[in-house]
Design a protein around this ligand. Sequence first.
Ligand SMILES: [Fe+2]
Length: 478
Amino acid sequence: MTTNAKLSEKTWSKAIERPGVEFGPVPLSIISGNIPSGLQGCFYCNGSGRLERGEKRVGHLFDGDGAILKIDLSNETANGIYRYVRTAEYLEEERSGKLSFLGYGTMPSSSIWNRFFKPVKNVANTSVLLLPDKLLALWEGGHPYALNLENLDTIGIDNLYGLTPKLTYSAHPKQDPLSKRIYNFGLSYGKNTFLNIYCSDSTGRIVQKSAIKLGGAPIVHDFVLAGKYLIFLISPVRLDILPWLMKLKSFSENLLWKPELGTQILVIDRDNLNLISRDVTEPWFQWHFGNGYLDYDGSVVFDFVRYSDFKVNQYLREAATGYTHTPAKGELYNMRLNPQTSKVIEIHCLFDRCCDFPTVNPNQVGQHWDYTYLSVLSSEANIEKEIIGGELARFDYKTNTHSLISLGKNVYGTPPIYAQDLNNPTDAWILTVIFNSNIEQSEFWILDANNFNAGVICRIALPEILPIGFHGAWNPKS
Ligand SMILES: [Fe+2]
């Protein structure tokens, strides 16, 4: 069976069947409902826009070229732009018409030169960071790329005045809403692997750094800001360095699941970026954290999406073909921790549906928070064959209950983005880009963050099918 034949069997996979096509700036038409008058600002979402080139397909969903959708909402109207990030490697492959770089899960053409002497492609596809004068397209294996906030023109690679060439800047920075300081990290592999931690001022300029030596060569995708602490959970996945250096298999294929190592917990003081404590607990894997806070008794409480093992990586590898068969279930977990010892005080599952991409009100990051929003696998979906996003959930910490909204049969949404209303600060909206495979159309949807029962508040048509995105952000008008 050819890849295209496989793709045509699936509903969600039609969204990744062909590379996304750039458009705009262009006015967008409203299909139903109205844009709330207090929803004013710009939505940005990054994702793998192009998963093939020259009849060769990438080997992992993480390896598509980054492409960013911007939707400008102003005075109850919408305008859209969709642009690829012009990384150096993207431009070279545009010229050659071939996939010629290593990726996270992709081997280049058989050329020895490509395999050993070219860098891993910076796909700039994972998330965005909003700064006052630029938008950063983030990818955890390298430096960010800066883009023009208005027209998404690529400005160029950006070292934030502090990244040396070997340092990486991960895709899940956390901004403290009070101090406006931005915290992030990056791994550097070598004889020893280091967790490099960064603190930036509100402009993005790195003002403080530290480096913590890790055992082996793990992968780390996200962390959580909880009061005065930065907390890392390092799952027992380790890079098999020698085969990776020999370039016989991709980086992803050299990642080994080693449950006997357990999950390492690292607690960092966010003021001086020094390690406070480190311990080990039972094994699991997680990509994403929700949020965290420092409780009155000195313990820290935070959420994350827990997988029982690393099979989710195989699932995402298969997803690039549009044909998956490996089940991978993430569930929302809550942990209470002693930050002075990294000892787990309590851990339990909050929400046992298959879910991921937790997001919260950005004004509550690092503090006690009210709700977590999640992408959820549809209750009707086969976990082996479908992707999450058929439903959205809102978990309420006051009542320990959740509410759900189904986006509809064969409709798939990108991870929810929270947008506060400018007119009424108690109102907020959930923004998502959906792919309706019934009519093969992408749309931008607005939901009421406080009332999923209200259904979809507004549907806005997009002029092209957009490949399913990863992470985004909302930039409110000031
Ligand atoms: Fe992520």
